[in-house]
Design a protein around this ligand. Structure first.
Ligand code: 76R
Length: 286
């Protein structure tokens, strides 16, 4: 009796659940959108509506505007899959969804055809070692517990970990001009089923993966967002490169990690160049 509304659906016995919400308890929603320009539809937009539409689009994509999502970045996409794209993150998924609706209902909307989208959320992977697991890893690698080297490495890791996890959950976008996106799965093939491997084996393979990835520090910045239950693939891989060749090199190199060589399946690759909204709008000749 007198059950408060927020216990709806809870088991008998009055167990308390948090208020239902579309926001994440921790982390951000993420949206990647790619658009193609329909030139015939663009030609049909009246000239002064077109100028107004450009302004509307620049404003929608402006990271500084009132009500902007926590993160938003615009890029121009190479090749025929898309003309331009955006990536946005926020605690509120409806704020991200609103961007698509604002673009569609703008003066240029009829000419901007979504050609690809990817919906995901941030996460700290279960394979990111805790400080205790990192100590164990050092020990297994032959660093003597209690030695100065051991203490220094462990200390550095425990200093770094909170910042690295913050960057995974609430990422800052790096100031790199090359943007690469692709979705991926870990395979469930009968002869290469990631999901039937014991956790200890997956940890070992992911540690090898991290060791090969870390060599690209300063040249490539990676963001892995999780999409199981949210989109058709299990993860979205976003890479930002200081220069384009690093993207090719990292994707090629990491294919030799056993975690990728044996278990990774990839979707389409999008390569784009980051631009301020107005520059992107001019570049694609809207
Ligand atoms: O610091 C750490 O120990 C974190 C280690 C780490 C994890 C847990 C890590 C490091 N990754 C992790 C998780 Mn990654 N990553 C990819 C791809 O193209 C391919 O072959 C695969 C796409 C790249 C390029 C890449 C880069 N990583 C993951 C996961 C989630 C797995 C899960 O949770 O089940 C995926 C799908 C994935 C895929 N990874 C790194 C990199 C790089 C460059 C690093 C080292 C740099 C860093 O730690 O910031």
């Amino acid at each position: 009796m007198n059950q408060p509304a927020h216990t709806h659906g809870g088991p008998p016995g009055g167990q308390q659940f948090p208020e239902p919400t579309v926001k994440l308890t921790e982390g951000w929603h993420s949206l990647h959108m790619y658009y193609r320009v329909d030139q015939a539809a663009l030609n049909a937009v009246h000239e002064h509506h077109r100028a107004e539409g450009r302004e509307q689009l620049a404003q929608i994509l402006n990271p500084e505007r009132d009500g902007a999502p926590e993160r938003i970045q615009t890029f121009v996409a190479s090749g025929s899959k898309a003309d331009f794209g955006l990536m946005a993150m926020d605690p509120d998924p409806l704020k991200l969804d609103a961007i698509c609706n604002e673009i569609r209902s703008s003066r240029l909307g009829p000419a901007l055809i979504p050609s690809y989208s990817f919906v995901s959320i941030t996460e700290v992977s279960e394979y990111v070692p805790t400080v205790e697991q990192y100590a164990e890893r050092l020990r297994l690698e032959g660093t003597e517990p209690g030695s100065p080297a051991f203490e220094a490495k462990l200390n550095a890791y425990s200093q770094r970990l909170p910042m690295m996890n913050k960057q995974r959950m609430y990422p800052d976008f790096p100031n790199f001009p090359v943007h690469c996106f692709y979705p991926m799965n870990k395979s469930r093939h009968p002869h290469a089923n990631w999901y039937t491997l014991p956790f200890s084996k997956r940890v070992e393979l992911m540690a090898e993966h991290a060791t090969s990835g870390i060599k690209f520090a300063g040249r490539v910045s990676q963001l892995i967002t999780a999409s199981t239950g949210f989109d058709d693939w299990e993860w979205g891989v976003t890479l930002w490169g200081r220069a384009p060749e690093h993207i090719k090199e990292i994707v090629y190199t990491m294919r030799f990690d056993r975690a990728s060589a044996i278990y990774a399946e990839f979707g389409p690759f999008y390569i784009s160049y980051v631009m301020a909204p107005n520059d992107a709008i001019s570049h694609v000749r809207l």
